[in-house]
Design a protein. Structure first.
Length: 371
């Protein structure tokens, strides 16, 4: 409230004339060990602008995971590039490097990885594949503010990374996004793309490319600066509570937690994700289970649908997107791991991990009572 009040009283509420957004861009980039960052209106447009700044054009192929929120793929479609959907690991839910290899062609220009629920993708192997095939890597880090892979901050492990500050995220200003990179020329293009094609200090209306207006407001910047100041403390609390929760849930038959690999040195825990096996719960469906949790006041949901099963893909031309997977007897291609995750996994919001152990125990008791 104090931060917002100061901005209100200043009378300067937009990025170009203000200080809060620019200070946040520097602080957030420094925190994630990147040379710079440019804020944008949201996480979806962050991916779109990143692709444009890499000169991705119509017909270029972008490899994307089958299990992710729609924005990862819609951003590719929005700029008329071709998303090529590949399967994910059945235990971490992150994009599978072996499936990436199968999908690489001469038209592949970038790979978008998603750090699902704060668990980093296998960045060493993915970067190796990208280097061998001269493609960009973009980290969709909407779930992973502050997370680490082998002691290195998420967001600093590729050509660029994008983050979201939408209301459900680990850091939020209601909406917002940022693009981080160690390539300052790339970030300069990002600035032009989000600032109507104008340079940072342009006062003569010199528009050097088409671009768009995706600027963040000073009010959002002030909120995010405060949010960032609390991130480390909140990550530690979430990790402590996650370990306690995980230990209790693993004792319940029919629940199998998302696997966290050893190379994940810091998981920011955007969601608690686990397989739900209805055979251990009197064959009650996952929808029944989620409804039961919601009615008890627990912020639970089913996991994302496999991207290619969304209604929009029935209306798109076959030439506008692709999928690499297993073909069935009817000629349909499937990403089996993604489909299993979509059909069986339950997600509980990170909010509960900011409570105390008594809250965690109550939640586990509610889950047990569903037996």
């Amino acid at each position: 409230e104090k931060a917002i009040s100061e901005v209100l009283k200043s009378g300067i509420w937009w990025r170009n004339a203000g200080t809060q957004v620019k200070l946040f861009e520097k602080d957030f980039a420094d925190y994630h060990c990147c040379k710079g960052g440019i804020t944008v209106a949201n996480g979806t447009v962050a991916i779109e602008i990143a692709l444009k700044a890499f000169s991705i054009k119509e017909g270029d192929e972008i490899i994307v995971p089958a299990f992710t929120f729609f924005s990862t793929v819609s951003a590719v479609l929005a700029i008329k590039a071709k998303p090529v959907i590949v399967d994910v690991s059945p235990d971490t839910f992150c994009i599978d490097p072996l499936e990436i290899k199968k999908a690489i062609t001469s038209k592949t220009k970038a790979i978008i990885v998603v750090h699902i629920a704060g668990h980093a993708a296998d960045m060493d192997e993915i970067n190796k594949i990208a280097k061998e095939n001269n493609t960009y890597v973009i980290e969709d880090s909407a779930h992973a503010h502050g997370a680490e892979y082998k002691g290195k901050k998420i967001g600093s492990l590729s050509d660029c990374s994008t983050f979201s500050f939408q209301n459900a995220k680990l850091m939020t200003a209601g909406e917002g996004g940022i693009i981080l990179s160690n390539n300052m020329d790339f970030l300069h293009t990002v600035l032009l793309e989000m600032n109507c094609g104008r340079e940072e200090n342009d006062i003569n209306y010199e528009h050097v490319l088409v671009g768009t207006n995706a600027r963040l407001s000073e009010l959002q910047g002030s909120v995010l600066r405060v949010q960032l100041s609390r991130l480390d403390e909140q990550i530690k609390l979430r990790e402590d509570n996650y370990q306690y929760l995980c230990g209790l849930l693993e004792r319940i038959r029919g629940i199998k937690m998302q696997k966290i690999k050893d190379e994940i040195t810091l998981n920011s825990h955007y969601m608690i994700m686990f397989y739900y096996d209805k055979t251990y719960f009197n064959n009650k469906s996952r929808n029944d289970f989620v409804k039961y949790l919601k009615e008890a006041g627990i912020p639970a949901n089913r996991s994302y649908e496999s991207i290619y099963k969304l209604p929009i893909f029935k209306t798109l031309s076959k030439e506008s997107w692709g999928i690499v997977g297993v073909e069935d007897e009817n000629g349909q291609i499937h990403c089996r791991n993604s489909e299993k995750i979509s059909d069986e996994v339950v997600c509980i919001s990170h909010n509960i991990l900011l409570g105390d152990r008594n809250l965690i125990k109550i939640i586990v008791d509610v889950i047990k009572s569903f037996y």
